[in-house]
Design a protein around this ligand. Structure first.
Ligand code: ZN
Length: 516
């Protein structure tokens, strides 16, 4: 009887489907295969192998059509996909889809005839400006195709091929997707510009990386304390040990300026990964990561689902950042999943932040994570004093919203000649308008959202639909005059109270209603 392959497809299915393995085909978990699903033939992944159930009536199973001759997904990756699906209540197939971002990346790169400057050593003189432009470009970039070089140098393709015939350019059959330059962990003088505390912190991380086992470290240091320099030392160690390094950064930090610190530290551009990449760039990075050739990847959250061959270190920079949470499709938090990925890979994960999330801080304080604290840099601004005022203990008067400790604080600041900022996330005068006679709450037409009183403009507004009307003098429901009462504070109401409390202070309201 034929063996059974359980095949998962990158579509919204909760589990793999059973297929018969044709005689002579050797399959193992992780292999990429083509199999019929519905009326289509799709590329899927062998999730598991099973022996046919000899007792049951033989089932009529469709057969696997072909095994794709390429590197399989690792056991570790299959486990990571399973965990992600289970933990985040997502269909297994949709998580596989996040992983299979480029089918073409499974094939070796296409080859093309590429042109580079021939290194003759001799100075070539008497060239036309067009030929000079081609030569300059062909000298410092990855070899290009005729069309690319011609376009960049603004010449016709015949100029390029003519130069090859004249022996100025050499022609080679080369991959279209170039490999990434290997990062060099020893290009910078070690500890060249690190403070003593940064050195001990980086040594703690290096020890964890060297152990080549699962560890989590929270790198907790205020802005300017040099967290990046410290985790880069750990990255260098992982690279020296031959592992791959993934540095996750918030999407917003993936700019040329943001990436420069990584290129500078390793003397090579890291592979980049983010959601807005084109097909060619995506194919190149995926393939190089899968083959284990791309050693250093800097990416946004989805880079966590690249098929790393040998992950040695994951860094989650700005680990508290909300952009690590994916809110659509498969909903997951990349910071949490990074810890799981590192555990499956037996790797170290460094969570770095100036303002760690409460979850990470709790784990560090409970001893589950190593807690590496970088004190503030010398000369940095002193941290503000933060106090929590429990409004149950300091109840303001009726229809007032500022507590006694807050009023005292403002008074002290004003007495010193300083400024004070009262911050509230509500526009307008009051977030709710209620009738004292009948209890009616003014609502926006056709919705359930309350109208917000704006006293500055004398209107009642809906902040969701944009509906607005002049503030009525009588209740629209029971018609009682003067019965409408503002409930709760908006910035205008707090400003009114502050004006009463601090009559001599110059006061401004700043919100999207007052600032254009
Ligand atoms: Zn009323």
């Amino acid at each position: 009887m034929k063996k059974i392959a359980k095949i998962l497809f990158p579509v919204a299915v909760p589990e793999p489907f059973d297929y018969a393995v044709p005689a002579g085909m050797k399959l193992a978990a992780g292999d990429f295969v083509y199999a019929p699903i519905g009326k289509q033939v799709k590329l899927g992944v062998v999730w598991d192998m099973a022996e046919p159930d000899s007792d049951a009536k033989p089932r009529k199973l469709k057969e696997v059509l072909e095994r794709k001759p390429c590197r399989a997904l690792s056991r570790e990756m299959l486990k990571f996909i399973s965990f992600t699906a289970r933990y985040n209540c997502a269909p297994l197939g949709m998580v596989l889809r996040m992983v299979m971002r480029s089918h073409k990346a499974l094939d070796p790169s296409a080859q093309a005839v590429m042109y580079t400057k021939k290194d003759t050593g001799a100075h070539v003189s008497g060239l036309s400006p067009a030929r000079q432009r081609v030569l300059a470009l062909a000298g410092d970039a990855w070899p290009g195709r005729v069309s690319e070089l011609a376009k960049l140098a603004r010449v016709s393709p015949s100029v390029v091929s003519g130069m090859a015939k004249a022996g100025l350019l050499s022609q080679n059959e080369l991959p279209v997707d170039p490999p990434f330059d290997p990062p060099n962990p020893d290009i910078q003088e070690r500890k060249f510009n690190l403070s003593p505390r940064q050195i001990t912190a980086s040594e703690e991380l290096i020890e964890l990386v060297k152990a080549r086992a699962f560890h989590v470290a929270l790198l907790d240091g205020v802005t300017g304390s040099g967290k990046t320099e410290v985790y880069l030392e750990a990255a260098k160690q992982a690279l020296r040990d031959g592992g791959q390094v993934l540095i996750l950064v918030p999407e917003i930090a993936l700019t040329q300026a943001g990436l420069r610190r990584f290129s500078a530290a390793f003397g090579a551009e890291p592979a980049q990964w983010h959601s807005q990449m084109g097909d060619a760039a995506r194919r190149r990075v995926w393939r190089e990561v899968h083959q284990g050739r791309a050693k250093l990847v800097v990416g946004a959250r989805s880079a966590l689902y690249l098929p790393f061959a040998d992950l040695g270190l994951i860094v989650v920079d700005e680990e508290h950042d909300t952009s690590y949470k994916q809110e659509e499709g498969v909903i997951y938090n990349a910071r949490d999943m990074a810890v799981v990925r590192a555990k499956l890979a037996g790797a170290t994960v460094v969570l770095a932040s100036a303002t760690p999330s409460l979850e990470s801080l709790t784990n560090a304080r409970n001893g589950r994570y190593a807690h590496i604290v970088l004190p503030e840099r010398p000369g940095a601004a002193i941290m503000p004093e933060v106090a929590l005022v429990d409004m149950k203990d300091h109840k303001p008067d009726k229809d007032c919203y500022l507590s006694e400790p807050l009023v005292e604080g403002v008074r002290e600041a004003l007495a010193r000649g300083d400024q004070a900022l009262l911050y509230l996330n509500r526009r307008g005068y009051a977030p709710l308008i209620m009738c004292r006679a009948c209890g009616e709450r003014l609502k926006s037409p056709d919705t359930d959202s309350w109208l917000v009183e704006h006293r500055r403009t004398g209107r009642a507004m809906c902040h969701h639909t944009g509906f607005s009307m002049p503030m009525p003098s009588a209740c629209p429901h029971c018609k009682t005059e003067g019965s409408l009462h503002p409930v709760g504070p908006g910035v205008e109401r707090v400003a009114e109270e502050a004006k009463r409390l601090f009559p001599d202070a110059r006061l401004e309201i700043l919100s999207s209603d007052t600032a254009g």
